[in-house]
Ligand binder design. Structure first.
Ligand code: G1P
Length: 295
């Protein structure tokens, strides 16, 4: 297994039904936290882990995502002519963050299938997978000190294994996540060997309370397992089913992530992210605090 990790796959083909009506015409990954699209937080997180190439697994209507990370010479010229060099520099930086490639997922056959669509670009290298609706912004101290993807990449390199990021969730939430089977009761700071993964179990069937939260590092052998994985929960090809085969053979380790996570598809967490980001910005923090006091 090659130990260099330089590619990240970000599946963004989903229809975004949780975000309708907004997502009818605009990709949910473009939902902004004030003025920063959520996808930018994810791309910056993978870059902080040394990733050089981002691969979007897209579908019809998702072109805005690739355009966002491209240069825009016309806009650049316009802004500079108006003396808005600082803003032009900011856009230039976004346009040169990393190499962005894309591949189409032509049918909505599930997350496992989406990851498999990236195989021709990833090839025979270990790679990162990040799900587009979860963000770990660097304004949280723990996320800044130990960015989730960086932790997973480093652990994967140290142990020469695939890795997955997890968080402990209340027992009534297991049915929203892939859940780990492990032999320990608690995951502390050390990575833990995963025995298996179950997609969205009901609480009484959940093998633990450790939920997969959308950050992974995979050995490319996962593509072989995905290609042989039949449709599972919800009639979709599930990434968690292929991960269970990894656990049985090459091995998978879980890292307990502790920073602040926002599930942008959940309206409460989306609003909370807006407020938390606003409170960080001096020009917004004071009027926002004053406004909140009046409620
Ligand atoms: C997906 C995965 C699940 C994981 C979750 C994290 O589910 O299938 O294993 O725990 O993302 O958000 P989804 O939320 O796309 O239904």
């Amino acid at each position: 297994m090659k130990n260099l990790i330089r590619k990240a796959v970000i599946p963004v083909a989903g229809l975004g039904t949780r975000g309708l009506p907004f997502t009818k015409e605009i990709p949910k990954e473009m939902l902004p936290i004030i003025d920063i699209p959520t996808i930018q937080f994810i791309v910056e997180e993978v870059i902080a882990a040394g990733i050089e190439q981002v691969i979007f697994v897209t579908s019809r209507g998702k072109n805005a995502l690739q355009d966002y990370f491209d240069l825009s010479p016309a806009l650049d010229g316009f802004l500079r002519k108006k003396g808005k060099n600082e803003l032009a520099d900011k856009l230039q930086k976004i346009g040169t963050l990393c190499e962005v490639l894309s591949v189409r997922q032509k049918e909505p056959l599930g997350l496992g299938h989406a990851v498999l669509c990236a195989q021709p670009i990833v090839g025979d290298e270990k790679f990162v997978v990040c799900l587009g609706d979860e963000i770990f912004p660097p304004w949280d101290q723990l996320n800044r000190a130990r960015p989730p993807v960086k932790q997973l990449v480093e652990t994967s390199q140290e142990l020469n294994t695939s890795t997955v990021g997890v968080m402990e969730v209340p027992i009534n939430e297991t049915k929203s996540y892939g859940i780990l089977r492990i032999s320990e009761d608690k995951i502390t700071d050390a990575p833990v060997k995963v025995l298996g993964t179950v997609e969205k179990p009901e609480p009484e069937k959940a093998p633990s309370r450790y939920a997969i939260i959308g950050r992974y590092v995979f050995d490319p052998i996962i593509f072989d397992y995905l290609a042989r994985t039949p449709k599972g929960a919800g009639g979709e090809i599930q990434l968690t089913d292929a991960m269970t085969q990894l656990c049985d053979k090459e091995g998978l380790h879980a890292v307990n992530l502790k920073g602040c996570r926002y599930d942008i598809g959940n309206p409460f967490f989306y609003v909370k992210a807006q407020i938390d980001e606003a409170l960080r910005r001096p020009e917004l923090a004071r009027p926002l605090r004053e406004y909140l006091k009046t409620l």
